[in-house]
Write a protein that binds this ligand. Structure first.
Ligand code: PA5
Length: 442
């Protein structure tokens, strides 16, 4: 299913460099499995796939109801309450002409323009809402929900609107839980022991995916197989190969990891990965800076820098081996564009050659590459990949000596934002910040 290849890293690190942290990684793995590491109260994702498989009936029934009654389903959430579903939806559906209700994500930024455009777009469409927030208090989804809840209530009346809203949130705490209980919305729980960015295989990701007709059973099976396969504590484990190689590269001064793909459908998987690793590892002055690029598109923008700019990065290429569909280059009798040497060859073949060429060129330029081969892109593989990355991320965090399950740094901007927006309780900080802003703009 997944194979990690390291032949393009040896110009920068040796096998010994990679293996030098093997014993430490084994200890980290044992700590994680025993629930004795940092943040161990948030390691429920290790077995989430099993828990969810036995409990999918209600989720599927609700998904069908929302799909049947809506032209559009709004999925409202941010960060871990947004990116997993978005990643799987983009990866698993055709680029165009998608079946089922249209899924529109909102609440993942603060663009008023987007809100207004979306309101206009919904004017002649039936719609429902799945609002997702583990804490139930995050500003971006909360303000978006207020807008579309109001619209729904105006359109259908309070009672019918309540039937068109499903909330995914904490079982007890938070404003969204209180609101849902008061209004009688159907709810799904975000498990206590699973943090936002590790929650894609809970109702957080699975409900929007089921609404869109994605085979969520297959996703959970893929995760289950991954959980079994990546238990092994050895260099043969692909998770170990990935974690140890990226750690060795980091220790050699490669401070940036770029997630590279050759299939535009994977853009949001890269975004999900970026959040997972960025929020999990980047703390205490440590951690790889994670970035992403889609090739060959970005070879025509970032390619120059990767080849020849400052030598502080490496790439991890996700290589989908069997494309879902093939497209061949036509024969042209005139051959005025000189492309007949490619006639009859598939885009997949040309893309593959572009990848092989780039791997060698970047390695020669001092940008090493880890390659992750994925047999094909389907729901099973997505579930498998999600688990592969979650486990890799948790182990990488432990190896680095940080808690991969908290995100204290995210609070800094939130506090300042609340203070500047004059939220009650933030008056003192607000005055201090306003003073600072005044000084800076003087
Ligand atoms: O990984 C995380 O914990 C965060 O990215 C959250 O998912 C994000 O901040 C959204 O939080 P919530 O679901 O509480 O609205």
């Amino acid at each position: 299913m997944i194979n990690v290849r390291l032949e393009h890293v040896y110009s920068t690190i040796s096998q010994d460099d990679i293996a030098s942290n093997l014993q430490s990684l084994k200890r980290c793995h044992t700590l994680l499995e025993r629930g004795e590491g940092k943040g161990s109260e948030f390691t429920g994702w290790l077995t989430l796939h099993r828990r969810m498989r036995s409990d999918l009936h209600a989720l599927k029934t609700t998904a069908k109801r929302l799909a049947d009654q809506s032209d559009v389903v709004l999925v409202i959430g941010i960060g871990g309450s947004y990116l997993g579903a978005k990643a799987a939806l983009e990866a698993l559906r055709p680029y165009f002409s998608r079946k089922g209700p249209e899924i529109i994500f909102v609440g993942h930024h603060l663009s008023g323009e987007y809100m207004e455009d979306l309101r206009d777009y919904l004017e002649d469409k039936s719609f429902s809402i799945n609002v997702i927030s583990k804490s139930g208090t995050t500003t971006e989804p909360a303000v978006a929900f207020r807008t579309f809840k109001t619209l729904l209530e105006k359109r259908y009346g309070t009672k019918e609107a309540a039937k068109r809203i499903v909330a995914t949130t904490d079982k007890e705490k938070g404003a969204l839980r209180a609101l849902s209980d008061a209004k009688g919305y159907e709810t799904f729980e975000v498990p206590d022991d699973v943090g936002g960015r590790y929650s894609v295989l809970s109702a957080v990701g699975l409900l929007p995916l089921a609404i869109a007709g994605i085979d969520v059973d297959a996703m959970l099976q893929g995760a289950e197989e991954a959980a079994k396969r990546y238990k092994e504590q050895s260099m043969q484990n692909p998770v170990y190969q990935y974690v140890l190689a990226r750690h060795a590269l980091y220790e050699k001064g490669k401070k940036i990891e770029m997630f590279i793909h050759y299939e535009p459908k994977l853009h949001y998987l890269a975004e999900w990965w970026k959040q997972l690793f960025g929020e999990s590892e980047g703390k205490g002055g440590k951690g790889l800076f994670v970035a992403n690029a889609g090739f060959t598109t970005d070879l025509h923008s970032l390619g120059q820098y990767i080849q020849d700019g400052e030598r502080h990065l490496f790439e991890t290429v996700v290589n989908i081996q069997k494309p879902t569909r093939e497209h061949e280059v036509d024969i042209d009798e005139d051959d005025l564009d000189g492309l007949n040497y490619l006639s009859g060859r598939t885009f997949a073949d040309i893309n593959q050659k572009a990848m092989e060429a780039t791997l060698l060129a970047h390695e020669d330029g001092g940008a090493p590459n880890i390659v992750i081969d994925v047999e094909k892109l389907d729901a099973y593989a997505m579930g498998h990949l999600f688990y592969f990355y979650e486990l890799s991320c948790a182990l990488s965090g432990y190896l680095l000596g940080v808690n991969p399950f908290d995100q204290p740094g995210v609070e800094a901007y939130k506090k300042n934002m609340f203070a500047l927006l004059e939220r009650p309780g933030f008056e003192k900080l607000g005055n201090r910040l306003k003073e600072r802003i005044k000084k800076k703009t003087r």
